[in-house]
Design a protein around this ligand. Sequence first.
Ligand code: NGQ
Ligand code: ZN
Length: 467
Amino acid sequence: MTQSTPQPNRALYAAHAYLPDGWRRNVLLEWDANGTLTTVAPDTDTATVAAGVQHAAGPVLPGMPNLHSHAFQRAMAGLTEYRANATDNFWSWRDLMYRFAARITPEGLASVAQWLYIEMLKAGYTSVCEFHYVHHTPDGGRYANQAELAQRVVDAASASGIGMTMLPVLYQYSGFGSRAPREDQQRFINTPDSLLALLATLRAARAENGGLRYGVAPHSLRAVSADSLQALLGGIEADAPVHIHIAEQTAEVDACIETEGVRPVQWLLDRFEVDSRWCLVHATHVDASETQALASSGAVAGLCLTTEANLGDGIFPAQEYLDAQGRIGIGSDSHIGVDWRAELRLLEYGQRLTRRQRNVLASPHATHVADRLFDAALDGGARATGRAVGALQPGRRADWLVLDANHSSIAEHQSDAWLSGVVFCEHGETPIRDVYTGGEKVVDNRRHRDEEGAYARYRVALAQLLK
Ligand code: NGQ
Ligand code: ZN
């Protein structure tokens, strides 16, 4: 299709764009008033492009979905990097995180989330799945609007322009065997019914649209029972996304084996119809048979490499899983870093360091590691969002990044090395220049449209939290 466009403000012409079949030249992108791509036409003759159509400032990549976020934790990044006791670990970090969660207010959460989503957009994340579990007042009481905190997060996303999958979390117990919740978990606690009621309230106030989808998240096998998980799934649409923390720490694997007689991923696969609507976050500790079974299920393994490194979780068997055609996506989780390039780099580097090899996650079909991981994280991440994102294709959301072709990570390189430069090189400022979501340019030359005000509000919220 090489025709002029009647809507110059809903069209972009790119000398290079990364389409599902790789880098293509002279690509005309057009989208509709809802922000959905209608035309993706490579090899469009420049002469046929209508006057007034913008030309992209550099090569265009699809925007990356971020499949796992706890927005409030952005405000504690960098504040737990000291040894507080002889055996500092994930669980002692969690105690500190709970103390922080206890201090969050609705206004503070709104400011932190909005700044975080702006940071995500600037880094090239165009969608986020928010695994939202701080629901109630600090003593476990209900806000007048029971969905107050979730609504603040949804509003922060829409103000920033990032696409959102809101996943209200069911947190019911404190450990395997339906143990009673702890005092410092009261803000999180619901039954399946009360969580579904909260979700209904939220949906009534903020309806789904091209930039917003709802799903649910049972927090972990520690926090729900088989019965409550069943009840939760019975209360939502059959295709709504379902995310769960599954096997991050060896202690939870051990506790699962002790009480249930089987490892966590196996437990879930045995009891539920786990398919492509599922995202298993931190499927870190899987044995060989779970690795194969998870890959065959079609579920997405949600990998959060910088957080998993930060918390001392362990290393996921990525090579075996990818070779079994398993789906992956990436998340920034605790937001110790907000950069998909770093997530993909660390995914490969964990393998290199443990195997003492190079280019471990390449495949015979994708010899460039960065290309294989970028494609995999786009596809799996898009599935995890439950939204039509993750590719420059008609029918998908008009979400993309424009690279700076003069950046030292890619300048003078052939296009087949661009993704390698973007993912593996760390040379100064980001090579991501502009970012579009739903066809709107929300980041222009590395600046988000609301950056100054949002950062000022974030600092006020942070000062309040740290007082
Ligand atoms: C969370 N975060 O829910 O924020 C968890 C820690 C838990 C990560 N796992 C709490 N990274 O798993 O109990
Ligand atoms: Zn998490």
